[in-house]
Ligand binder design. Structure first.
Ligand SMILES: [Ca+2]
Ligand SMILES: [Ca+2]
Ligand SMILES: [Ca+2]
Ligand SMILES: [Ca+2]
Length: 402
């Protein structure tokens, strides 16, 4: 019984379902009559999704940062379809010179935008048919950069090429960018060096060893660009000179017996978005006070011994003091001449063996001379010290003992 009822029920449901399925068939004419005009149904509105048209060098969709077509160096062609936007991304290594050349092929112009790795806009070229964008990278500004091409108005169509060129900086011939701070300063030796700064590369740091008793001479020449800010810094990283906006500077420093060490040169861009190249010539010589091949002593304990004769020496900058020690007799004459190129003056004081001053300060100006006559001053024979103090810039002098 139960089985029969179940069968009946199933059969009835089948009939109902088939009736429902055939339902519409029963009223075909009624449906068609009040329906909207056929044309309206037959013209579906196009989907407002910009799918874009892919050029040889792009992959659609590339309409957002996330979809950006990865590109490498070389030329590629892109196609701008109606409502299309084309994003590209490319890897830029540290220390390079990035060059992007954009050219519109068909049509009037395009809007071209550049973005940094944080997707921050760094350049916008509105309605342009041609763009050349060059950027210097420092040692940390590399990363993924983006380029976006947009039609100047809606439904604009056209095609374009993008050429990506990566050149290396070659600061001081090291094949990259010179350091951007003290820690990454590029070590250089004496000789000529050239470098470039600009854009992300706002500063180039160089470091070089200057020996004790050395004479450091730095010649800076700006080649391209209006001017540079050139700083010289001592081993404690303290600034010893700053030029401000200059295209040429020569800096000479004398070292005493302890002021040698690692010195720094920082070439800075005078303003943002600046580009320029420069050369540095580093010359390192040794002082040769009294022909000893080094700097004359800086205190009584290290005073350089001299005998009768004529001696050349230099003092100034970091070598403020030169001390000589000699044996005098009753008619000894000491003559001191300041070189004509000595910037201002030297000051002399004579001390006896007990390091007690036996003369006042004697100032000898540039190009002049003075003598200390032992007979005239009634100075007793014995050991004496000549203490020479240089005005800051200093220069050359001659000591004659007879
Ligand atoms: Ca550089
Ligand atoms: Ca640099
Ligand atoms: Ca000296
Ligand atoms: Ca000295």
């Amino acid at each position: 019984m139960n089985r029969k009822r179940l069968y009946l029920l199933t059969a009835m449901m089948g009939i109902i379902l088939s009736l429902m399925a055939c339902g519409p068939k029963t009223t075909p004419v009624e449906e068609a009559a009040p329906a909207a005009p056929v044309e309206e149904v037959a013209t579906p509105k196009p989907e407002v999704v910009a799918v874009g048209i892919s050029g040889e060098g792009e992959t659609e969709p590339n309409n957002t940062f996330d979809e950006a077509t990865p590109i490498e160096t070389g030329i590629r062609q892109g196609v701008m379809g109606a409502g299309d936007e084309d994003f590209y991304r490319f890897e830029v290594p540290n220390g390079v010179i990035l060059k992007v050349e954009f050219a519109g092929l068909d049509g009037d112009c395009f809007d071209v935008k550049m973005f940094d790795p944080k997707q921050k806009e760094i350049g916008e070229f509105g309605c342009t048919g041609e763009v050349t964008d060059i950027r210097f990278m420092n040692n940390s500004s590399g990363g993924t950069y983006y380029l976006a091409v947009v039609g100047p108005w809606e439904d604009y169509e056209g095609s374009y090429t993008i050429e990506l060129i990566l050149g290396m900086q070659d600061d001081s011939g090291a094949g990259g960018d010179a350091g951007d701070d003290f820690d990454t300063a590029t070590a250089i030796e004496k000789g000529k060096h050239s470098g470039e700064i600009g854009d992300y590369d706002q500063v180039d740091y160089y470091q070089f060893e200057v020996p004790n008793s050395g004479i450091m001479k730095v010649e800076f020449i700006g080649i391209e660009g209006d001017c540079f800010d050139v700083k010289l810094l001592d081993p404690q990283q303290k600034k010893i000179s700053e030029t401000g906006c200059t295209d040429e500077v020569t800096d000479i420093r004398l070292m005493n017996n302890s002021s040698g060490g690692a010195y720094y040169l920082a070439i800075e861009s005078p303003w943002e978005d600046y580009k320029g190249s420069y050369t540095i010539e580093l010359m390192l010589e040794m002082q040769d006070d009294s022909g000893a091949g080094v700097d004359a002593g800086d205190d009584f304990d290290t005073a350089t011994p001299i005998e009768k004769g004529e001696y050349f020496g230099q003092a100034g900058n970091f070598d403020q003091e030169d001390l000589y020690q000699f044996e005098a007799v009753s008619d000894t004459i000491l003559e001191f001449s300041a070189d004509i190129e000595a910037v201002l003056w030297f000051e002399l004081v004579l001390f006896d063996a007990g390091q007690k001053a036996v003369t006042d300060e004697i100032t000898v100006f540039s190009g002049e001379r003075d003598t200390i006559d032992f007979t005239e001053r009634e100075l007793a024979p014995g050991v004496y010290f000549l203490h020479i103090v240089a005005e800051d810039e200093g220069g050359r002098y001659i000591v004659e003992l007879r």
